[in-house]
Design a binder for this molecule. Structure first.
Ligand SMILES: *Cc1c(COP(=O)(O)O)cnc(C)c1O
Length: 362
């Protein structure tokens, strides 16, 4: 069957070069060759995340590390900032881990604002906070630098930040942000196959984890640190992913970080322009649109006409591209287009041509 190119917000399209690296011959994960591979990647990951901390590799999807952060860092009560399907779920995950948790719910489409977090944390009830930088379900990007600035006021609160669909596409300076955990899954902006997550932890987070009972083993942050000091992972990693990551980091630094960030800005702007050019409005509150995916309203076109989203998806698919018909409770009333990873102005134009044809068939 002909391959349909992925423009869904994860997993995204994986390049041939990445796949080639992914299927490198297998090596032992405790041997010198693996350690050399790990050690070669580490400085590039640190440069990408603007950190001197180690960047850990977890063979899991992002949720593994998201749940791990709860188990490692929440002793008293966690504040879960909620503005979409992924961030809403984090509250339920914290509760399932047996933690005291409270939601800070804002409307889907709105960002999480620092002032709202400040008002909650000022109660002194919380020792941890979760927030999603880029809510993939709604296409909203929250002002993470403003939020992170609160850390100075609440040094004892663990700031746990999901950058799953923004890491590597947007400048995120882990050390300068001063947050405690920053994590991502590689099937989003890294454009790797699903199955690997990356994260960094502050010194304070490791100290806190060391005092926490019931951290478990697989996502014990101290195990990641202990093994990272020896250029290894706690358990057998997906070695193919590590090769693929090495290849991707070569691509990233060949392009240059600033060029990569501005490419994402540009393809995002093109997508917003395409949508607005067809009379659609965007789901996010203006000024908080994601740079890695665009979430478009269905039903607010000029004249109030709605499109048949499943039909648009089908006709676009027949032309070789897959977009997404909305997520969670906004399925069908929105649709989403991903422009993260390897997408360029040229590749986006090809998608828009297919979408234009699809719209004609409505
Ligand atoms: C995709 C996504 C997740 C979940 O990632 P998995 O890899 O499926 O565990 C969490 N948060 C955000 C913001 C995401 O985009």
């Amino acid at each position: 069957m002909a391959h349909v190119k992925l423009h869904i917000p994860g997993p995204v399209e994986v390049s041939e070069k990445t796949f080639e690296a992914f299927r490198s011959p297998m090596i032992g994960h405790r041997g010198g060759e693996f350690k050399d591979l790990y050690a070669a990647i580490q400085p590039k990951l640190q440069e990408l995340l603007f950190t001197e901390r180690r960047v850990y590799l977890s063979t899991s999807s992002a949720w593994g590390v998201m749940e791990g952060a709860i188990r490692n860092l929440v002793a008293k009560k966690v504040l879960c900032c909620m503005n979409g399907a992924f961030s809403d779920k984090w509250l339920a995950v914290a509760q399932r881990c047996g933690k005291e948790a409270e939601g800070l719910q804002v409307d889907w489409g709105s960002p999480i604002r620092a002032e709202a977090i400040d008002a909650k944390l000022s109660s002194g009830e919380f020792d941890a906070m979760t927030v999603i930088h880029n809510e993939t379900s709604t296409g909203v990007m929250s002002p993470i630098y403003d939020i992170a600035a609160l850390k100075k006021k609440y040094p004892d609160v663990m700031f746990i930040v999901d950058t799953v669909s923004s890491m590597s596409a947007v400048k995120l300076e882990f050390d300068a942000l001063g947050i405690d955990v920053m994590l991502a899954g590689t099937q989003k902006a890294f454009a790797l196959p699903p199955g690997l997550a990356l994260f960094a932890c502050s010194e304070a987070a490791l100290d806190k984890a060391s005092k926490m009972p019931d951290r478990g083993y697989y996502f014990d942050f101290l195990e990641f640190q202990k093994n990272a000091e020896k250029d290894m992972t706690p358990s057998t990693p997906s070695i193919g992913h590590v090769y693929a990551l090495k290849s991707k980091l070569e691509d990233i630094f060949e392009e240059g970080l600033e060029a990569r960030f501005s490419r994402h800005q540009k393809t995002a702007q093109m997508t917003r322009d395409w949508a607005q050019g067809h009379g659609f409005t965007l789901f996010p509150e203006p000024g908080f649109e994601s740079v890695t995916l665009t979430c478009i309203n269905n039903g607010a076109r000029e004249g109030g006409t709605r499109i048949d989203v499943p039909k648009l998806i089908k006709s676009t698919q027949e032309r070789g591209f897959l977009i997404n018909g909305g997520y969670g409770k906004i399925k069908g009333i929105t649709f989403r287009i991903s422009h993260m990873g390897d997408e360029t102005e040229e590749s986006m134009k090809q998608l828009f041509a297919a979408l234009d044809e699809g719209l004609k068939e409505q």
